[in-house]
Design a binder for this molecule. Structure first.
Ligand SMILES: *Cc1c(COP(=O)(O)O)cnc(C)c1O
Length: 816
């Protein structure tokens, strides 16, 4: 779009090296997400999450040749590139977006508020898609980085833009205003005062209003409009006579809400297929925007009845014949396709990649250009099989698909469903992505396994967040080994390992050889340490390129012999030293002998030497921890006397990383913290990763004096309403939680277990909890009910609760 020279002027940069005058079309700050590297400009950003300058080489490797930096860089490492130095890369990105924005004069809707921004944006898109050619923020791109990237997408063909703005600290909104320059302002719900770093509601509101200083109109709820002084005209909604759009009444019936409204003296009614309060508020806000844009009332009514839920999360589930299904049957545009393909590539190191895609609807681009770009994206992300559904895709896409991609086309979803055979899908990761009218959820359902309705939901963003929290407190240069033993503490092996591999951890740790072999079969290529490799598993260690821990002389000799017999040499091994845990490891006094022996062996090579702390989380045991560390260092010195090469030293587990930073050494072994569980100190901002949910199978009224469940332990003291839920001890819900010890989260309330827990079912007392229905969701643990609490009721630790969730409970993974 702009020559690099122009960009250099716009950002007031100093060219450190100018190689050629490329036309820049794409802006990136994460080199893994680049689409067209040759014309991309990489911004090396410094944020609380990391430093982009550390990834310049990676970016260069992907083919990027244009860079904006704010630190000194070694130009020798970036030959034949354009490199521009600025004061602040983030500021440069924002200046460029402001420059780009200045070329467009179409209406721009700017949305902010505490809740509902993304929903309102997506709903406005659904409601106005026929009338306008719309550009909008992808996903929830509303930050200091996300907003400039959103605005950069504006092109001549667009007739309306919708962008959201969010801030994490006071003072940021004015900057976003300059980038978005909304002509139409929308303020959604303003949440609690104390959230988002504000002390009063007034302070928060006035900060948010900075987005609208130059808007022609501001749409908002009337209760927020009091005392606002802005040049903008106010378009308010509410129940008073003064509101621009008067809400006369709201009626909920049969899963729908009818909203009676009055505008400019005439009354009308819209019906939406939702009943929750937030949806009603968001719908009314959208209605104001449509009225302001002069959309006909009949049209508004029709559009609102078709509104559908917005689920911005990408998630995957296990499907038929070892397939993994990524269900994104909601939007069909290029940006969201790239996001989904990126997710597909990240989740499928070994499986074949398949995409089921509908006709694409993106006005302003010809079918030819659109499908050519799609075909190119398929190549880039290694898609091997494409199933196209719709008239256009079948006509145009085949012209651009490379021969090695297997392709099939169907005219309609019905057509596909009629021809569907389970056996035609095997060992694939399938991205199901289509425009709403194609109703691809029917296809997703066919591909998914049917299991009972108890699921363990895994939040992959939370894993990444937790990892970053620890990366920030680990000293620079210290490596991180992620412990993924026991199916990553119950969360799922390969799925979690893929995310960790993508996010640059150095090592993985598992307990047994089979766990490591499974990760390799799923395409994990990181080095894997196996803590407990017995004699029978040695062939697998070698076949799957795993690194065993050596903890005894017997094992040392066996393994050395095996490597020798295979004609191999210098196989990587880890030495474990016993310092006080008294589980596995050589004694400190064995070390001189071990060192001397390994110094002479051409067959084995020490990659690392470690020990395990017994009580690093316990303040009362700090002296013991120090003793263990001392013994460990003594052992290391003994080995070093014999071994001339260097090896990695590590002793810290999750708690030690935080509580004993001086013990981080060369590497740390992160376990429980990665899954969002921290001991009481709560020094990091961890997010729970796993949520165990189930549903209510039946509700019954049980009279006073009756009993519930086996052995009649659950006495009903007053007439009660009892819910039977679909989880039992065979799912990992321990019998120790019977008779009131355990509680579950139902509709915002805790409901105690009544009676004995059965193998597949549990009864809970929901008396007095409003609006409980059969089929309702029940949370066993998760954000609302921390796993630590359930562990306490059970008389154990979170590790046991998490790893006990049985494999029959389906794991569902999602990414926001
Ligand atoms: C499980 C394990 C860890 C991780 O411990 P957390 O307390 O979960 O962080 C580290 N090292 C070894 C040897 C382990 O077995």
């Amino acid at each position: 779009m702009y020559p690099i020279n122009t960009i250099c002027d716009v950002v007031k940069g100093k060219p450190l090296q100018l190689f050629s005058d490329v036309e820049i079309t794409e802006l990136v700050y994460d080199s893994r997400k680049v689409q067209s590297p040759a014309s991309a400009l990489f911004f090396a950003l410094k944020t609380s999450h990391g430093n982009g300058h550390l990834f310049l080489q990676d970016a260069y490797k992907t083919g990027i040749r244009n860079f904006i930096v704010e630190e000194d860089v070694d130009l020798m490492l970036l030959p034949e590139s354009n490199v521009i130095r600025v004061e602040s890369s983030l500021d440069a990105l924002q200046q460029l977006a402001i420059f780009h924005r200045s070329h467009f004069h179409v209406p721009v809707i700017g949305i902010t508020g505490s809740n509902g921004k993304t929903i309102v944006k997506e709903w406005l898109f659904q409601l106005l898609d026929d009338e306008y050619n719309i550009v909008r923020s992808p996903k929830s791109y509303n930050s200091q980085i996300g907003v400039p990237l959103s605005v950069w997408q504006m092109a001549d063909a667009h007739t309306l833009a919708i962008f959201e703005a969010g801030i994490s600290q006071p003072g940021e909104m004015a900057g976003l205003e300059r980038i978005i320059q909304p002509s139409i302002g929308v303020l959604t719900n303003i949440g609690e005062a104390h959230s988002e770093g504000f002390s009063t509601l007034q302070q928060k509101l006035s900060e948010k209003l900075n987005l609208f200083t130059n808007s022609e109109v501001l749409i908002l709820e009337e209760k927020n409009a009091a005392g606002i002084s802005l040049p903008a005209k106010l378009f308010t909604w509410g129940s008073s006579e003064n509101a621009t759009l008067k809400v006369v009444s709201i009626e909920k019936r049969g899963g729908k809400t009818s909203i009676h409204l009055q505008f400019s003296g005439s009354g009308f009614q819209v019906t939406i297929p939702f009943t929750d309060g937030a949806s009603v508020q968001n719908a009314i806000t959208c209605c104001c925007v449509l009225l302001y844009l002069n959309i006909d009332i009949d049209r508004i009514k029709e559009r609102f009845s078709q509104l559908h839920a917005v689920d911005m999360r990408l998630h995957f589930v296990h499907g038929i014949n070892h397939c993994t299904i990524i269900n994104d049957s909601y939007s069909a545009d290029l940006t969201s396709l790239y996001i989904a393909l990126n997710f597909l590539a990240q989740q499928s190191a070994a499986q074949k990649r398949t995409v089921i895609l509908s006709d694409f609807v993106e006005s302003g681009k010809s079918d030819e250009i659109l499908y050519k770009n799609i075909a190119r994206a398929f190549e880039k992300f290694g898609v091997k099989r494409v199933i196209g559904i719709g008239k256009h895709i079948g006509e145009v896409l085949p012209r651009y698909l490379k021969g090695e991609i297997q392709a099939q086309f169907y005219l309609s979803t019905d057509n596909f469903v009629q021809h569907f055979r389970t056996s035609s899908f095997l060992d694939e990761v399938i991205l199901v992505k289509g425009a709403r009218i194609f109703a691809f959820e029917r296809i997703a359902l066919l591909l998914q396994q049917k299991v009972h309705q108890t699921v363990l939901e895994i939040n992959l963003n939370a894993i990444v967040n937790n990892l970053k929290q620890y990366q920030q407190i680990v000293k620079p240069g210290t490596k991180l080994m992620a412990m993924v033993k026991a199916f990553a503490y119950g969360s799922g092996g390969a799925e979690i390992a893929s995310v960790l591999q993508y996010n640059n951890v150095a090592y993985l740790g598992v307990a047994y050889t089979d766990e490591g072999a499974d990760l390799r079969k799923e395409g994990i290529s990181l080095p894997i340490m196996v803590m407990n490799a017995d004699e029978t598993s040695l062939p697998s260690i070698v076949d799957y390129n795993l690194q065993p821990v050596i903890y005894s002389f017997e094992q040392l000799h066996l393994f050395e012999q095996y490597i020798k017999d295979q004609g191999l040499s210098a196989w990587p091994v880890h030495l474990e030293v016993e310092t006080g845990m008294n589980r596995l490891g050589f004694a400190v006094s064995d070390m001189p002998e071990v060192g001397a022996y390994l110094a002479k062996s051409p067959y084995l090579k020490i990659v690392s030497m470690f020990s395990h702390l017994a009580a690093s989380e316990d303040f009362a045991q700090d002296a013991f921890t120090a003793l263990q560390a001392g013994r460990y260092q003594e052992a290391v010195q003994e080995v070093k006397k014999h071994i001339s090469y260097s090896f990695i030293q590590h002793i810290a587990n999750s708690a030690a990383i935080v509580r004993h930073p001086d013990l981080q050494f060369d590497m740390v072994r992160l376990g429980i913290g990665l899954y969002g569980v921290e001991n009481e100190t709560h020094r990091l901002h961890l997010q729970p990763v796993a949520t165990l949910r189930t549903t209510i199978a039946q509700l019954k009224t049980v009279k006073k004096g009756e009993t519930v469940s086996y052995n009649r332990r659950g006495e009903v003291k007053e007439d009660a309403i009892i819910a039977t839920v679909r989880i039992g001890y065979a799912d990992g819900y321990s019998r120790r939680l019977s008779n009131g010890k355990g509680k579950m989260w139902v509709n915002g309330h805790l409901a105690p277990v009544i009676g004995t827990i059965c193998m597949d079912m549990t009864m809970i007392d929901v008396t007095g909890i409003p609006n409980v229905k059969e089929g309702d969701e029940v949370i066993v643990f998760g954000k609302e009910l921390p796993v630590q609490q359930v562990a306490e009721w059970m008389g154990t630790i979170p590790y046991e609760v998490m790893t006990s969730v049985s494999q029959r409970v389906k794991r569902v993974y999602f990414q926001e």
